[in-house]
Design a protein around this ligand. Sequence first.
Ligand code: NAG
Ligand code: NAG
Ligand code: NAG
Ligand code: NAG
Length: 348
Amino acid sequence: MASCCKHWWHASVYSIISLLLAFLAISTALRSNHKNAIPATKPVARGLQLNVSRALRRAGFHTMATLLQVSPELFLSSPNSTIFVIKESAISYVSIPPLLLKDLLQYYTTPSKLSMNDLLKKPQGSCFPTLHRKKKIAITKIDARLSHIEINNVLVSHPDVFLEGPIAVHGVVGPFSPLDPQDVHQRLNFIKSPICDNNSTLVSDFLEPENMVEWRRIIQLLSSYGFVSFTIGLHSVLDGILEDHASLSTATIFAPPNLAVVASSSLLLDKIVRFHILPRRLTYKELTSLPVRTLLRTLVPGQDLEVNLKKGLVNINGAEIAAPDLFSSEKFVVHGVSRAFELTYQFS
Ligand SMILES: *[C@@H]1O[C@H](CO)[C@@H](O)[C@H](O)[C@H]1NC(C)=O
Ligand SMILES: *[C@@H]1O[C@H](CO)[C@@H](O)[C@H](O)[C@H]1NC(C)=O
Ligand SMILES: *[C@@H]1O[C@H](CO)[C@@H](O)[C@H](O)[C@H]1NC(C)=O
Ligand SMILES: *[C@@H]1O[C@H](CO)[C@@H](O)[C@H](O)[C@H]1NC(C)=O
């Protein structure tokens, strides 16, 4: 590992303090931004929260106990939950940037109550949803006879630290997702989760979506060519794209100079970025040889792009290809276009 990044791995008093401050900031922001989110903790929930905190402290999970007290809604936002906790000695994650912490902690909570007994009844390879969007955790090893369970290849060392009302808490020996300092630094796909099928069964142990290396190169390249807003947009929605298109093995990306929506709605941003990506590789030469008015399928279902030739130049939905084949590899190609494509209908 490069020496530049070592500090990511070393939790310090400083980072624990900054973590707590970050949590205060995040939870305040959450309270004021989401009017329909969980209202300030109700008295019953408060008693429960104190009890969970106390149990965590008793079992030696001090940082988690404090986090729970400072920011309960991050853990207790679902009616029933199972929370997996790590001891301080195992948390390299305290040194990650504050805004990523919320994502990371949500990945340790599954929205149903599962006691150790419940877990031991599940078959090996069972996947569970988490509070972190579509990322799942999975039982990678189980031996009911020995009460041995590994989740994401991490041993459950402290079963039923807390088990009361709608909440179960278990201690695990290490992080569910190995943190690669570079991914954390780039804030890209930094939670690496197992891949599960529709039936909540583990398909592949871990972790890296196909072609991640190439996506990183593309983002770096776009950024270095000055496609600032599109780079930011692509960067912020890429995890979601890769979750929805697990088998996206080739792509054409049209990079516009500006993307006006970056700051508006994240749903719209997601859609607009997807509208600039084709699930197939088409070089400039291949685009010129397509029949006039060919429709190209994008990553937005039902929203195609139309290719035309105007005076021998490729024109896509009225935009010119200003920088053909800006990046080209075996599976990907990137073209710079003169302006962003507009969705024909935006809210549906
Ligand atoms: C918290 O624990 C105490 C004593 O263990 C118990 O009497 C109380 O009902 C618990 N509170 C909640 C909300 O579960
Ligand atoms: C929470 O758990 C209780 C008891 O197991 C169950 O009755 C209830 O439906 C669950 N709620 C949700 C939203 O899953
Ligand atoms: C999962 O289910 C959805 C709809 O229920 C279906 O469209 C999709 O093809 C399924 N995927 C797999 C891998 O079976
Ligand atoms: C889903 O998984 C269960 C066991 O977990 C299995 O019995 C069932 O056949 C599976 N269904 C499909 C469609 O694979």
